[in-house]
Design a binder for this molecule. Structure first.
Ligand code: F6R
Length: 241
């Protein structure tokens, strides 16, 4: 794992955006695995700026997102499809037909998961997968457990995650209890992985990911087995390294 420590969140966002921009410049048809949440918002703002200045072109890029809440439609303000449209896709020259997010309203969840993995395989896999990390060490919605599922699957969210994500909803009761998520196997297949984390609340999880024992109880620690991972963290998140 390569670890880059930045002064603050702004610098983290710029460094991460530059990593992504280089991938797109080297391969205009890049397949980008993307994440939602608070961590990538600054990076997405930087990518929008670069796109508007003509420094990067998304017209041939394809994106595949990690996860989606079950029960929220794409136009629900807290759905991950809405987040991606609102935070990135509406502001760049990407063809929305080339942006994939699992369908949280799918009638047949099992089929949706199978089709999602088949789509990623058909695209040839992701060139890079961007990840945030949960306070409890989750990546995507792969929560700490005694075993982890490899492919895209339906999962329950832990109380920790429901509490952490309540900040985006009016009340904690509105946070969906289940989600569709890419599995660890799918994430590990990406050619490159970039993890971003900011703030002291992530310090324990960052330590577990970078130097802890590899364990399904700390899902991010599994990334130690991937051969091209770049971890970009600010000083607060790097505090325990
Ligand atoms: C989001 C995702 C989650 C977040 C993680 C960190 O698509 O899969 O694993 O990356 O919960 O969230 P933030 O960035 O809000 O702290």
């Amino acid at each position: 794992m390569k670890v880059i420590v930045t002064k603050n969140y702004d610098e983290l966002s710029k460094v991460a955006a530059n990593e992504m921009a280089n991938i797109i410049r080297n391969n205009p048809k890049a397949i980008l695995g993307l994440a939602t949440g608070g961590s990538p918002v600054g990076m997405y703002k930087e990518l929008i700026k670069m796109n508007q200045l003509g420094e990067i072109d998304f017209s041939k890029v394809t994106t595949v997102n990690l996860d989606e809440y079950v029960g929220l439609s794409g136009d629900h303000p807290q759905s991950y499809r809405y987040f991606m449209n609102n935070t990135l896709f509406n502001h760049i020259n990407i063809d929305k037909n080339n942006t994939y997010v699992p369908n949280g309203l799918a009638e047949n969840i099992e089929e949706e998961c199978k089709n999602y993995d088949a789509k990623i395989a058909e695209l040839g896999g992701t060139d890079v997968q961007l990840l945030g990390i949960g306070n409890n060490g989750h990546i995507a919605f792969n929560e700490p457990d005694t075993s982890l599922v490899s492919g895209t699957h339906l999962t329950g969210l832990t109380d920790d995650t429901i509490k952490a994500n309540a900040r985006f909803f009016d009340t904690i009761d509105e946070v969906p209890k289940t989600a569709l998520t890419m599995g660890l196997g799918g994430i590990m297949k990406s050619k490159k992985i970039i993890v971003i984390a900011s703030g002291e609340s992530k310090a324990e999880a960052v330590k577990g990911m970078v130097s802890g024992k590899i364990s399904t109880n700390m899902p991010a620690s599994m990334l130690q087995m991937h051969r091209d991972v770049v971890v970009i963290v600010d000083e607060d998140a790097a505090k325990l390294l």
